[in-house]
Design a protein around this ligand. Structure first.
Ligand code: BES
Ligand code: ZN
Length: 571
């Protein structure tokens, strides 16, 4: 049964569906992956529940889906054809798919196929993979891209279970964020994921392991060999891991994000494989989402900071358990720098945790603000109340809201009632409204301190980033040359360091790094890396490289860079 709040609260402005009247609760998917035509042919059978007795239509989200036929059934055995229509297309939201239903309808069947340009899907030719032998397909559903490959009610407030059958060409393996393609715990649609390719597995512990192309899997599982320990640490802090297995799938370098917390199977960029485990906070982050995000989920994209702020906070608690507080503080300090930068460059409206996204693509809300300001807020609450009380409260929060999608207001109410009420003096030190509903940074924010390793040969990614970021913005050719020949930055095998260096190279017109810049942008499609580089280049340089690089990017990265190039063209 759905709770009252889930059916009566404000609707999600990023969905055109009607879950308050008729709600999809389960998906049965039969998918055929056709690489030649870059399409997924699907049959989706949706189980529905009614909240309004006189509802005569089921409304779903869709984007560029071709709908071939819809049918309805009361028993899941006998189907009869039903009328459907596709409403007007909105540039951001896609189009509503409206299906007539009868009073006794319990199942709705849809035959459909995806568009070659579906925004969730990246189709990679064999040349774009590590092994160069087989093609590769993967999905990225967050924030509102699930609707481009499955017709469903694409709102994080509408949780579904699912089961799938996936037909793929011989020799390829299909994985979903669900053990054996069955998810029997209700999840939001943005967590539904599929990857198809030549994939091999290596365990890193009894519950954890790594999937990747065969030539990558050994390196990847060495890098992530601490996953099992991380999972144990997270459970000690926040209660049982409720999803069975936790595996990581290492994606091709065009993957648009660092990581994506698909349940049971995090998708991760290969750019964190550095050989020294210095970027495993990414795994801690995606694993932390198993509590904050996947178990307790943001109800709308305005509540996104509930997912990411809590997760960054937990990520650093996991790091502290494994590597000690200096490491956790160091990463927090780098995050604090990112936040300072974001507060300098984003208008006040984007500095608010509970963000107004009216008329906007929710992917635009993905700045350092929900991540780092959100984490800093929780850190302030933790430091005010002390770990003992705060940890107990946070753990109870996950039990209280497990498998539910909640709003900012619901989460703050729980904080007030279960943490603040018992200790009003301490609560008075926390300007809750200011933290969550106002721009800028509360004066209560306590900046984390960066304490680098002393010897330069002990430096890892963090010290290098800290060092490079502290250099003056303008450096002359001689100084750039000197840095490069001393530290071999253009040749760095660490993409995080390389990205920072290439940014400096663009700013200071350091030409010896340009060929590397071009190769990097053609190979890597991680948005966090490529976006600042394109922004820093002038139109001529940016357009020339982008022309070569664009075909290799996921549609989400393409959309981001298209907008940057367009802005440069008109300015
Ligand atoms: N869920 C996010 C990725 C995401 C956010 C995809 C919004 C689409 C829309 C994921 O957990 C994340 O935060 N990834 C970060 C990792 C980092 C903070 C360790 C990323 O990709 O950079
Ligand atoms: Zn995240």
């Amino acid at each position: 049964m759905k709770t009252c709040s889930e059916t009566t609260r404000d609707p999600d402005i990023h969905s055109l569906a009607n879950p308050a009247a008729v709600r999809v609760v389960h998906l049965n998917l039969e998918l055929t992956v056709v690489f030649e035509r870059r399409t997924i042919e699907g049959t989706a059978i949706l189980t529905i529940e009614r909240f309004s007795r006189d509802a005569t239509q089921l409304i779903l989200d869709s984007r560029a889906l071709q709908i071939d036929e819809t049918a309805i059934s009361c028993d899941g055995v006998n189907y009869r054809g039903s009328r459907f229509s596709i409403g007007q297309t909105d540039k951001i939201l896609g189009a509503p798919l409206i299906i007539d239903i009868a009073p006794d309808t319990k199942f709705v069947r849809i035959r459909y196929s995806t568009d070659p340009a579906a925004t969730a899907l990246q189709w990679l030719a064999r040349e774009q993979t590590a092994g160069k032998q087989h093609p590769f397909l993967y999905t990225q559903s967050q924030a509102i891209h699930a609707r481009s490959w499955i017709p469903l009610q694409d709102s994080p407030g509408v949780r579904v279970t699912f089961e799938a059958r996936v037909r793929v060409p011989e020799g390829l393996k299909a994985l979903m964020g669900a053990p054996n393609l069955v998810m029997d715990q209700p999840i939001p649609p943005y967590l539904i994921a599929l990857a198809v390719g030549d994939l091999a597995f290596q365990p890193t512990g009894p519950r954890t392991g790594v999937w990747a192309e065969p030539s990558v899997v050994a390196r990847a599982s060495t890098e992530f060999s601490n996953m099992e320990k991380m999972l144990d640490a997270a459970e000690r802090l926040y209660g049982p891991y409720r999803w069975g297995r936790y595996d990581v799938l290492v994606m091709p370098p065009s993957f648009p994000f660092g990581g994506m917390e698909n349940p049971c199977l995090t998708f991760a960029t290969p750019t964190v494989i550095t050989g020294d485990k210095s970027l495993v906070s990414l795994v801690a982050h995606e694993m932390a989402h198993s509590w904050s995000g996947n178990l307790v989920t943001n109800a709308t994209w305005s509540d996104f900071w509930l997912n990411e702020g809590y997760t960054v906070y937990i990520e650093r608690r996991i790091l502290e358990e494994l590597y000690g507080s200096r490491r956790a503080e160091m990463e927090a300090a780098l995050g604090y720098q990112d936040l300072q930068e974001a507060l300098k460059t984003h208008p006040p409206a984007e500095q608010i945790l509970h963000i107004d996204l009216a008329g906007r693509d929710p992917d635009d809300g993905c700045t350092s603000v929900p991540y780092e300001k959100g984490a800093l807020f929780l850190r302030h609450v933790e430091q005010t109340f002390g770990r003992q009380r705060f940890d107990a409260w946070l753990r109870s929060y996950f039990d209280q809201f497990a498998f539910r999608s909640i709003t900012t207001a619901e989460s703050l109410d729980y904080m007030r009632e279960q943490l603040f009420a018992a200790n009003p003096q301490l609560a008075a030190e926390i300007p809750l409204e200011e933290w969550v509903f106002e721009p800028g940074l509360s004066s209560c924010a306590i900046p984390p301190v960066f304490e680098p390793a002393r010897a330069i040969d002990e430096w890892t990614t963090h010290e290098w980033l800290h060092f490079l970021r502290a250099l003056p913005l303008q450096l002359d050719a001689a100084r750039m040359q000197e840095l490069d020949s001393t530290y071999h930055l253009t040749r760095s095998g660490n993409d995080e360091i390389l990205d920072q260096w290439l940014l400096m190279a663009i700013r200071n017109r350091y030409k010896p790094a340009y060929p590397r810049l071009e190769r990097f942008l053609i190979e890597v499609g991680r948005r966090k890396f490529v976006k600042p580089l394109y922004e820093a280049m002038d139109l001529t340089q940016a357009a020339a490289i982008y022309e070569k690089a664009r075909p290799g990017y996921h549609p989400i990265t393409q959309a981001t860079i298209d907008a940057i190039i367009a802005a440069k063209t008109t300015s």
